[in-house]
Design a protein around this ligand. Structure first.
Ligand code: ATP
Ligand code: MG
Length: 279
């Protein structure tokens, strides 16, 4: 993968939380590079530091050591060029879906006029299958529809970087697969660099160009898988021998991260490669 001009770069990032029981080391010299307009999924054991990573990349928190860079700027505070979506969409009930989607324009300066912003919101709602629901309140929508609206809101201001922390985790399997396809449609319509945190290995393989497996806490990049699927992806791509190989490798790496297996037990695939810099 070409990492010559990364959009997101972590340079040996180490972080510990202060707790009553003393410092809790969460990230340990984490180094990674995500190229512009690529999609990176991060998987790892629960509690290993994935959400912490999103807070550092978005500038909500500063690392104890090391540096986070977005494009050519060091991150020292929250950046307006970052969009975010989480497992719980948090839409404002007293606003319509359209007003919720347009919320970032009240927070972030944009060169778009009011009319352009409105048209863009309507276009995105149409793209994710919510045309006709723009005047509804969040409680009138299903969980999957709310998450679609939340995705529109996260990219309405054309962020350079989209950070998704388990956005599909609370949805049923069919709705989740629908939304994976929606993500591909959104990316096809307008490219962005995406960092996705997920527990779902199939999701990571279907959506990402590269999957990073974090070790147990304190986490470093234990393994990097380049997802070798060319052309427009369909759900059928998850049922090929190649996908089965990639999923077996990722499952094994998660077991290694959990301390339940060692590299010696690796599945015999020979397909993915450990990326440079991965420990
Ligand atoms: N503000 C905080 N203060 C103290 N400890 C924290 C804080 N936030 C997170 N932690 C601890 O840091 C560790 C990493 O948390 P984080 O939320 O980054 O993990 P995660 O990988 O996202 O977990 P999950 O997969 O369950 O979402 C956990 O042990 C958590 O208890
Ligand atoms: Mg988390």
């Amino acid at each position: 993968m070409n990492t010559a001009n990364p959009m997101i770069e972590l340079k040996s990032v180490t972080h510990a939380y202060k707790t009553k029981a003393g410092p809790l080391p969460v990230l340990d010299a984490l180094t990674l590079q995500i190229p512009e307009n690529s999609f990176c999924a991060v998987v790892g054991p629960s509690g290993c530091g994935k959400s912490t990573l999103t807070r550092l990349v978005s500038g909500l928190m500063k690392p104890n050591e090391g540096e986070v860079w977005l494009h050519d700027q060091k991150v020292t505070s929250p950046r307006p060029t970052v969009g975010m979506a989480f497992q719980n969409p948090v839409l404002l009930e007293w606003r319509t879906i359209l007003q919720n989607v347009m919320l970032p324009f009240e927070i972030v300066k944009s060169p778009m006029s009011k009319a352009e912003a409105h048209d863009r919101a309507m276009h995105l709602l149409d793209l994710v299958g919510l045309a006709g629901f723009e005047g509804k309140r969040p409680s009138e929508l299903s969980g999957g529809m709310r998450q679609r609206a939340s995705l529109c809101r996260s990219i309405i201001h054309k962020p350079d970087v989209l950070i998704l922390d388990e956005p599909f985790g609370a949805l049923d399997a069919f709705t989740r697969e629908d939304l994976w396809c929606t993500m591909h449609d959104l990316r096809e319509a307008e490219p962005f660099t995406c960092l996705l945190i997920t527990h779902d290995l199939r999701e990571s393989v279907f959506l990402a160009d590269q999957v990073i497996v974090l070790s147990g806490r304190p986490a470093h990049a234990q393994y990097v898988l380049d997802v070798d699927i060319t052309g427009k992806r369909t759900l059928d791509d998850l049922y090929t021998p190649k996908a089965a190989e990639m999923l077996a490798t990722l499952r094994h790496q998660i077991q290694v991260a959990q301390g339940r297996a060692t590299d010696a037990d690796a599945p015999l695939d020979g397909h993915p490669t450990k990326a440079e810099g991965a420990a």
